[in-house]
Design a protein around this ligand. Structure first.
Ligand code: SF4
Ligand SMILES: [Zn+2]
Length: 472
């Protein structure tokens, strides 16, 4: 369920009990451990560990602390080592201006050369950046090919290679910087300090990142043997403690520890190729609710929706290739009372399959379960009639995407004709309130949308609840 994406298991700290450390990790639900080298000898040791243990994967690289010891020969050997089938990244590499054990110039040279290796080998990088974020990003950005095609333009060697990708390990920045890096194709990984709590005069930036960055873009790491999470702070760290880090992030995101494990393992899979791509699911669990994914069709085409992309939510693959029938859905649910709610909500508009929705909802109610419908509010147009009264007794609560208060903006965000669909959605919502459903209007948290105005409108005109959901 969990992957410790950064643990230095070659250190002497583990020489007497590594097998037990690994056993404890397995017992705690850790599926894989990624072990980054810090110089040439430890990179070799990482590869040896990966050879010895199925669950261990290696990264090879020279840490900025050791940059002064590295020469062309060492870089060549790193590149050779990177051809081993269990080497998943070049790392850990980067810049550390806090200690400056090697001169900043030398650190930059070695960092830059190792990104070149990663690009040549099409591998990600594991980045260590301390008090050096600006230079770190500048060097990475210098490796982008600026969209030039290598076929036509061989000005830079990098034009032939994919842009750099990777993870900022033990991420030191705030959520704003995290999103910038994510937009560049990077992940951020969080470790023990996320559990240390904030002090009034010293806010914990890892907590802020854990709360505001989507779980799919956060990797979990222990950085063993350093940075043990609470309550082991100050003692030797080990991969089994990765669960404590997941627990803290789950708490901050209002999700379950399983949700965080699944979502971050998917990130590791995408970046390092470890583990499996999740199989598509018609039902998926988030927190204590079961979500039903009955269609991937939608009448709208929202700019922020990944329906036509990978369609992954918290590590769950919603890209179904065949729409399930009523029996299949009921079999998948099992017992509705195991869950707080059964929610019709996938990467598609559930009212497109109104008959299936009604049959499944009737069964859930019959079994004593609770039903929620998440909809774009276009169900009456889709079905050419007022469907709201048909849902009475089958559905308990309804969440409707409000998206915007501005007709033109609504149309632009959802790529529909706002003049027709906005008033239809508002009328649908009012009809739901008249029919005594528990109605919530939801809005994606986009800077361009006027939240205060929307809140007031929902309260006064519709008489429903309002919920802003983060834009991930
Ligand atoms: S209404 Fe929902 S499913 Fe349809 S495009 Fe928009 S976000 Fe995606
Ligand atoms: Zn490290």
């Amino acid at each position: 369920m969990f992957i410790d994406s950064h643990a230095h298991l070659f250190f002497k700290d583990y020489q007497n009990d590594l097998a037990e450390v690994i056993k404890r990790a397995q017992d705690a639900g850790v599926d894989y451990i990624v072990c980054p080298g810090t110089d040439l000898p430890t990179s070799k040791q990482s590869v040896e560990l990966a050879d010895k243990y199925d669950m261990i994967y290696a990264c090879v690289g020279i840490h900025p602390h050791d940059a002064s010891k590295a020469d062309a020969k060492a870089l060549e050997e790193i590149e050779d080592l990177s051809r081993h089938p269990k080497v998943v990244a070049i790392g850990e590499i980067g810049l550390d201006y806090h200690y400056n054990y090697s001169s900043p110039e030398r650190q930059r040279e070695i960092f830059s050369s190792q990104i070149d290796i990663a690009q040549r080998r099409n591998l990600p990088v594991v980045v260590h950046s301390r008090e050096a974020e600006e230079d770190t990003i500048r060097i990475i950005e210098g490796k982008l090919n600026n969209g030039k095609s290598w076929r036509n333009n061989l000005v830079h060697e990098y034009d032939r290679y994919p842009p750099p990708k990777g993870v900022f390990h033990c991420f030191p920045g705030d959520s704003k910087l995290a999103w910038k890096l994510i937009d560049m194709g990077f992940y951020v990984s969080l470790t023990g300090p996320v559990t240390y709590g904030s002090k009034p005069n010293k806010p914990n930036s890892m907590e802020e990142v854990a709360a505001k960055v989507s779980a799919e873009h956060i990797l979990l790491e222990t950085d063993s043997p350093y940075l043990s999470p609470a309550p082991h702070r100050g003692k030797r760290n080990e991969p089994s403690y990765v669960k404590l880090i997941a627990q803290k992030i789950a708490e901050l995101q209002g999700l379950s520890v399983e949700d965080i494990g699944k979502a971050s393992s998917f990130g590791v899979h995408k970046l390092f190729g470890i583990g499996k791509y999740p199989e598509s699911a018609i039902a998926y669990r988030i927190r204590n609710s079961l979500y039903l994914n009955i269609t991937i069709r939608c009448n709208a085409d929202c700019v922020f929706c990944d329906r036509k992309g990978e369609a992954i939510v918290k590590g769950n693959n919603l890209r179904i290739t065949k729409e399930p029938n009523v029996d299949e859905i009921i079999r998948t649910i099992g017992n509705p009372k195991w869950y707080e709610e059964i929610v019709f909500c996938g990467f598609g508009e559930p009212t497109i399959r109104l008959d299936v929705l009604k049959d499944v909802a009737a069964w859930v109610k019959d079994q004593g379960g609770k039903v929620r419908l998440n909809t774009d509010g276009h169900g009456n147009i889709i079905n050419h009639r007022n469907i709201v009264p048909e849902l009475v007794g089958l559905v308990d609560s309804i969440s409707i995407s409000l998206n915007s208060m501005d007709v033109e903006q609504y149309g632009r965000l959802m790529r529909v004709d706002g003049r027709i669909f906005f008033p239809a959605m508002v009328e649908f919502a009012k009809e739901c309130v008249r029919n005594k459903f528990d109605v919530t209007m939801t809005m994606v948290d986009l800077d361009e949308v006027d939240e205060a105005k929307a809140r007031a409108f929902v309260d006064k005109e519709i008489g429903a609840k309002f919920k802003n959901r983060p834009y991930f």
